[in-house]
Design a protein around this ligand. Structure first.
Ligand SMILES: [Zn+2]
Length: 154
Protein backbone atom coordinates (compact mmCIF):
# COMPACT_ATOMS: atom_id res chain seq x y z
CA UNK A 1 0.00 0.00 0.00
CA UNK A 2 1.40 3.33 -1.03
CA UNK A 3 0.09 6.64 0.08
CA UNK A 4 1.21 9.88 -1.42
CA UNK A 5 -0.39 11.91 1.33
CA UNK A 6 -1.58 11.39 4.82
CA UNK A 7 -4.87 12.53 6.18
CA UNK A 8 -4.39 15.07 8.92
CA UNK A 9 -7.55 13.86 10.63
CA UNK A 10 -6.27 10.33 10.68
CA UNK A 11 -3.09 11.36 12.48
CA UNK A 12 -5.04 13.51 14.93
CA UNK A 13 -7.41 10.66 15.63
CA UNK A 14 -4.79 8.04 16.43
CA UNK A 15 -2.21 10.31 18.01
CA UNK A 16 -4.32 12.74 20.03
CA UNK A 17 -7.68 11.03 20.52
CA UNK A 18 -6.41 7.48 20.97
CA UNK A 19 -3.10 8.69 22.45
CA UNK A 20 -1.05 6.15 20.56
CA UNK A 21 2.69 6.51 20.26
CA UNK A 22 4.26 7.55 16.97
CA UNK A 23 5.29 3.95 16.37
CA UNK A 24 1.75 2.71 16.94
CA UNK A 25 0.29 5.44 14.73
CA UNK A 26 2.65 4.53 11.92
CA UNK A 27 1.56 0.89 12.18
CA UNK A 28 -2.16 1.84 12.18
CA UNK A 29 -1.81 4.04 9.13
CA UNK A 30 0.69 1.77 7.43
CA UNK A 31 3.56 4.17 6.87
CA UNK A 32 6.93 4.60 8.50
CA UNK A 33 7.37 6.58 11.66
CA UNK A 34 9.49 9.17 9.88
CA UNK A 35 6.69 9.71 7.35
CA UNK A 36 4.32 10.46 10.22
CA UNK A 37 6.69 13.00 11.71
CA UNK A 38 7.21 14.68 8.33
CA UNK A 39 3.47 15.05 7.89
CA UNK A 40 2.99 16.19 11.48
CA UNK A 41 5.49 18.96 10.87
CA UNK A 42 3.76 19.78 7.61
CA UNK A 43 0.36 20.03 9.33
CA UNK A 44 1.90 21.87 12.28
CA UNK A 45 0.90 19.14 14.70
CA UNK A 46 2.82 19.24 17.93
CA UNK A 47 4.44 16.09 19.17
CA UNK A 48 3.93 15.09 22.76
CA UNK A 49 6.79 15.78 25.10
CA UNK A 50 8.66 12.95 26.71
CA UNK A 51 7.84 10.42 24.05
CA UNK A 52 11.32 10.57 22.62
CA UNK A 53 13.32 7.59 23.73
CA UNK A 54 16.59 8.85 25.24
CA UNK A 55 19.76 7.72 23.58
CA UNK A 56 21.40 4.97 25.61
CA UNK A 57 24.74 6.70 25.37
CA UNK A 58 23.33 9.78 27.10
CA UNK A 59 22.38 7.74 30.11
CA UNK A 60 25.76 6.07 30.12
CA UNK A 61 27.59 9.36 29.74
CA UNK A 62 25.70 10.98 32.60
CA UNK A 63 26.22 7.96 34.75
CA UNK A 64 29.96 8.13 34.44
CA UNK A 65 30.23 11.85 34.28
CA UNK A 66 32.58 12.98 36.96
CA UNK A 67 31.62 16.35 38.39
CA UNK A 68 34.91 16.91 40.19
CA UNK A 69 34.46 17.90 43.80
CA UNK A 70 30.81 18.76 43.31
CA UNK A 71 30.02 15.14 42.80
CA UNK A 72 26.63 14.26 44.19
CA UNK A 73 26.38 12.48 47.47
CA UNK A 74 25.22 9.17 46.03
CA UNK A 75 27.84 9.23 43.32
CA UNK A 76 30.50 9.89 45.93
CA UNK A 77 29.15 7.16 48.12
CA UNK A 78 29.22 4.67 45.27
CA UNK A 79 32.66 5.81 44.26
CA UNK A 80 33.97 5.16 47.78
CA UNK A 81 32.30 1.76 47.89
CA UNK A 82 34.02 0.82 44.66
CA UNK A 83 37.41 2.24 45.52
CA UNK A 84 37.84 1.54 49.19
CA UNK A 85 38.80 -2.08 49.78
CA UNK A 86 36.22 -3.77 51.98
CA UNK A 87 37.78 -5.22 55.12
CA UNK A 88 36.62 -8.45 56.72
CA UNK A 89 35.28 -6.68 59.77
CA UNK A 90 33.71 -3.38 60.67
CA UNK A 91 36.41 -0.75 61.19
CA UNK A 92 34.61 0.51 64.27
CA UNK A 93 33.76 -2.53 66.39
CA UNK A 94 35.93 -5.09 64.56
CA UNK A 95 33.29 -7.73 65.27
CA UNK A 96 30.63 -7.60 62.62
CA UNK A 97 31.07 -7.66 58.84
CA UNK A 98 30.99 -4.22 57.24
CA UNK A 99 27.78 -3.09 55.66
CA UNK A 100 28.34 0.42 54.40
CA UNK A 101 30.91 3.19 54.17
CA UNK A 102 30.56 6.00 56.68
CA UNK A 103 32.03 9.44 56.34
CA UNK A 104 34.51 10.40 59.03
CA UNK A 105 35.04 14.16 58.81
CA UNK A 106 31.47 15.05 57.89
CA UNK A 107 32.88 16.94 54.94
CA UNK A 108 32.37 14.09 52.47
CA UNK A 109 35.75 14.50 50.89
CA UNK A 110 36.51 12.73 47.65
CA UNK A 111 39.03 10.66 49.51
CA UNK A 112 38.68 7.03 50.52
CA UNK A 113 40.54 7.88 53.76
CA UNK A 114 37.66 10.10 54.78
CA UNK A 115 35.45 7.03 54.92
CA UNK A 116 35.44 3.79 56.81
CA UNK A 117 33.65 0.51 56.36
CA UNK A 118 31.26 -0.02 59.22
CA UNK A 119 28.58 -2.50 60.19
CA UNK A 120 24.92 -1.58 60.28
CA UNK A 121 24.89 -0.94 64.02
CA UNK A 122 28.03 1.20 64.06
CA UNK A 123 26.85 3.11 61.06
CA UNK A 124 23.76 4.17 62.95
CA UNK A 125 25.57 4.81 66.22
CA UNK A 126 28.34 6.73 64.55
CA UNK A 127 25.99 9.08 62.89
CA UNK A 128 25.63 11.81 65.48
CA UNK A 129 23.02 13.52 63.40
CA UNK A 130 20.78 10.56 63.84
CA UNK A 131 20.77 10.85 67.63
CA UNK A 132 20.12 14.58 67.48
CA UNK A 133 17.35 14.02 65.02
CA UNK A 134 15.70 11.48 67.29
CA UNK A 135 15.55 14.06 70.07
CA UNK A 136 14.10 16.72 67.85
CA UNK A 137 10.80 16.76 66.04
CA UNK A 138 12.12 14.78 63.19
CA UNK A 139 10.94 11.39 62.14
CA UNK A 140 13.63 9.08 60.90
CA UNK A 141 12.74 6.91 58.01
CA UNK A 142 14.68 4.35 56.13
CA UNK A 143 15.03 5.04 52.47
CA UNK A 144 13.90 1.87 50.73
CA UNK A 145 16.14 2.47 47.74
CA UNK A 146 19.43 3.26 49.43
CA UNK A 147 18.86 1.69 52.85
CA UNK A 148 20.03 4.90 54.47
CA UNK A 149 18.23 6.70 57.25
CA UNK A 150 16.86 10.08 56.46
CA UNK A 151 15.27 12.59 58.77
CA UNK A 152 11.87 14.00 57.89
CA UNK A 153 10.01 16.76 59.71
CA UNK A 154 6.95 15.49 61.50
ZN1 LIG B 1 30.56 -2.28 63.87
Amino acid sequence: MFRCSLDKKEIIYWYYTKKLSLNQVSKKIGVSRSTITIYMDKYNLKRRRGTNIPHPWMKEKNHHYWKGDNVGYNALHNWVRRNKPKPKFCEECHIKPPYDVANISGKYLRDVNDFKWVCRGCHMKGDGRLIRLKKSKVKIEKDKKTGRFIGKLK
